[in-house]
Structure formats: structure tokens, C-alpha cells
Design a protein around this ligand. Structure first.
Ligand SMILES: [Zn+2]
Length: 328
């Protein structure tokens, strides 16, 4: 059973503090981390974790480019467009940071792939961990709707992407002009087109990453079916080395049994050759839930776990992990 955690860049933390944190993760049974931050940070901090014996994958925000000023300034036309015709650059859905690139554009694929390969030149980084590798949320997890005062229904302002590239490519493939079609939320071809836009991007990146002998993994929505409907993310068709579904049961008003059921469903759709690691959301889980989630997920066939966020890992969690490692 392997344990990972997502670790954020923290400008206030000294090198010694990082060393202490990484040592503690290593001693407490963690195999690796997903380290998020800019390239200078990764260059500086990843060797420390690697020397301690942790595997380091770079935690990479893929299509959400809120922090990328270059692309916002130089390539506003790369951003996705809602069904209402609004660009996520100027009218981000839900929250200000929801600025997303359109995966159908070859120049976007090129740009993202180059950025990733640059990161993977760092020796101490063993792979790329894709996050936000999807379209924006067409549907939110039911437990989060109240935060945005929304109902569980279709909203055109959250439906992406209707940029000229997407419309033109879809027309070339199907002969259909999507802007004149009715009931497009139920259209199978249009649904598949958008799944495919993300599948093609991931599999392109995967080919390049594997050619450099590095790994590619991803943080994904709970099951391939849910992920496809909610965010056009059919990860069962991605060529990746590990899937880390965010099985944040509280977001879906579900209990811990649901976590294991989701793992089983993921294995059923993606096949046994794809290792699936249960992503657990610690803030809304007491220690009994945590123990149950771990036990049920192992029964469900999980290859391991990833805990979020790393600063919410307590001594209680650690003792559960240690006990598990001793027993196995
Ligand atoms: Zn588009």
C-alpha cells in the first residue's frame, strides 16, 4: 500500500523546514509527494525530498492557467468559451481563478507539453502529476452546490467549449453546426467530442513524457462516468501510470463505503493495469471515517492513497498508516 500527499509551495518555509517535513513523511510511511510550485521552487526543493528517499512528481495545473500571466497576456484567444459565448479569461465561471485553456487547439497542446518537458528536465523529479486536466465543472459535486447558491441542473454559462476551433473541428467531423443544434446537452457526438479533446491532450503528453522515461499520473474526478459527465474527463481512456481520483465523499454527501465503490467502478472501467489510488480529503473526515476509508478502499482494490492536504495529516493518521505498514 503506497501513500502519497499533495504538497504546496510555501514561500515562508526555510530549506531546513522542508527537510524536516520530508523526513517526517518518509519516516511515517509515505512513498512520495506531488510537489506544487514554480520551476525555480521545484529545482531547489525537489532534490531535498529525493535525497531523503521520497519519490517526487511535479503537481501541475494543466488547463487551468490562472497563474500563467504570459498566456493570459499573449494568447487570450487560447481560452475556452462558454455556450453563452463568454471567454473564461474575461468571465470566469464560479470563481475568479477559473481561467481555462481550450484543449482542442494544437498550439495549447504544444505549449502545455513544452512546459511539462521543461519541468521534467529536473533530475530529482520522476514524473508529472496532472491536475485540472479537464473542462470546467459542467456539474458541481452535489454537496458543494449550496456554496454557490445553485441547483443540480444544466447551466449554459458552465458549458464549455464553444470556441471557433471546437465548433469548426466538430463540424469537420460530424457535419453539424453545434451553434444551431438544439438539446446539445443530450448530444452524444458533442459529448464524445469533448471527452476526446482531453483524451487526445493527455495521450499526447503521455507519449512525450514516457519518451523521457518519466511517469505521468493525474488527479481526477471520482469515477470515469462521473468525471465524464461533470467535467468531460474520461480517464479510463488515458495512457497514464496511475490515477488519483479525489474521493472526497463529503463533497458528494456520501459515506466511506462510496469511496470503495468508486474504486471498484474505476477498476472496472479503466482495467486492472491502471493503478488507482484513493484521494482522501482529511478536513471533513474523523479518524473513524479515515480508518474505514482505508480498509474499504483496500478491499475495493486500491493500490494506495493520497492524502489532502498535507498539513492536515495528524499523529492519528500516521499511527493508522504505520499499523497498516506493519501488518502488511
Ligand atoms: Zn474550444
Amino acid at each position: 500500500m503506497e501513500f502519497y500527499t499533495w504538497v504546496h509551495e510555501d514561500k515562508n518555509k526555510s530549506t531546513d523546514q522542508w527537510k524536516e517535513d520530508f523526513n517526517s513523511l518518509k519516516e511515517n510511511g509515505f512513498e512520495g509527494i506531488f510537489l506544487g510550485g514554480d520551476i525555480d521552487f521545484l529545482k531547489k526543493i525537489s532534490p531535498i525530498a529525493k535525497d531523503i528517499g521520497l519519490e517526487v512528481q511535479a503537481w501541475f495545473w494543466t488547463l487551468n492557467v490562472n497563474n500563467d500571466e504570459f498566456v493570459q497576456k499573449e494568447h487570450p484567444d487560447w481560452f475556452n468559451v462558454s455556450r453563452l459565448g463568454q471567454s473564461s479569461l474575461t468571465d470566469p465561471p464560479y470563481v475568479d481563478y477559473y481561467k481555462w485553456l481550450c484543449p482542442s487547439k494544437p498550439e495549447v497542446t504544444e505549449y502545455i507539453t513544452e512546459k511539462i518537458l521543461k519541468i521534467l528536465e529536473i533530475d530529482s523529479i520522476s514524473g508529472i502529476h496532472l491536475d485540472y486536466i479537464r473542462h470546467p465543472d459542467q456539474y458541481l459535486p452535489v454537496g458543494l452546490l449550496k456554496n454557490y447558491d445553485l441547483e443540480d441542473k444544466y447551466y449554459p454559462e458552465f458549458d464549455f467549449c464553444y470556441c471557433d476551433t471546437c465548433k469548426q473541428k466538430f463540424k469537420e467531423q460530424t457535419g453539424i453546426d453545434i451553434s444551431t443544434k438544439e438539446n446539445i446537452e443530450q448530444d452524444d457526438d458533442w459529448f464524445e467530442f469533448r471527452l476526446k479533446s482531453v483524451i487526445d491532450l493527455v495521450n499526447h503528453i503521455s507519449e512525450k513524457v514516457h519518451a523521457k522515461n518519466k511517469k505521468i499520473t493525474a488527479a481526477v474526478f471520482p469515477t470515469p462516468d462521473m468525471a465524464s459527465i461533470m467535467v468531460r474527463q474520461d480517464w479510463s481512456r488515458w495512457n497514464i501510470d496511475g490515477a488519483f481520483p479525489m474521493l472526497y465523499n463529503s463533497f458528494y454527501n456520501e459515506d466511506t463505503v462510496w469511496i470503495a465503490d468508486s474504486i471498484r467502478e474505476g477498476i472496472f472501467h479503466a482495467g486492472r493495469e491502471l493503478p488507482i489510488y484513493a484521494g482522501l480529503y482529511l478536513p471533513e473526515m474523523d479518524i473513524t471515517d479515515f480508518i474505514e476509508a482505508i480498509e474499504f478502499s483496500i478491499d475495493g482494490g486500491a493500490s494506495g492513497f493520497s492524502l489532502f492536504p498535507s498539513d492536515k495529516i495528524t499523529k492519528e493518521h500516521i499511527s493508522v498508516i504505520n499499523k497498516l505498514k506493519i501488518e502488511n
